[in-house]
Design a protein around this ligand. Structure first.
Ligand SMILES: [Zn+2]
Length: 143
């Protein structure tokens, strides 16, 4: 799976893979690119295997609060470009991942570092709180 992402700095359109060993950078100006991908049971392990911390958004199409928090989660991939990989998981398509991560309800947001859950947020939250939660989780994970 490959997405085309316009560089936030120079506008050049870049191909960004769902899974990679490094982190995506603009081919033209080398700015870190937002990394936002989707995963299901079949590819979650590959997609979430990242040197970057991974924000996992477990959501469902029938869940109103998920639709509220979804756009903020997508913006977080831009806000934290180069520091964070964002993986959206539709729980209806990923019952195995949901069970393994102990998801009781949606939305559930998890911050993974090297496959380990280092922070967990259950339920929707305002965008400003989401951003500060991610920042605090990244800062503590780096320590
Ligand atoms: Zn660029």
């Amino acid at each position: 799976m490959t997405d085309v992402v316009p560089c936030p700095s120079c506008g050049v359109r870049n191909r960004v893979p769902a899974a990679a060993t490094g982190m995506p950078r603009c081919a033209s100006c080398h700015t870190d690119l937002p990394w936002l991908v989707e995963a299901t049971d079949s590819d979650f392990d590959t997609v979430s295997d990242s040197r970057l911390p991974v924000l996992v958004d477990l959501w469902a199409p029938w869940c109103g609060p998920c639709r509220m928090v979804g756009p903020a989660v997508e913006r977080s991939s831009q806000e934290f470009a180069g520091r964070l990989k964002v993986v959206k998981v539709n729980v209806d398509q990923a019952p195995g991942v949901s069970a393994r991560l102990g998801v009781q309800g949606v939305p559930t947001l998890l911050l993974l570092r090297q496959g380990q859950v280092v922070a967990r947020q259950v339920g929707a939250l305002p965008e400003s709180h989401l951003m500060s939660w991610i920042k605090a989780s990244l800062d503590s994970a780096a320590a």
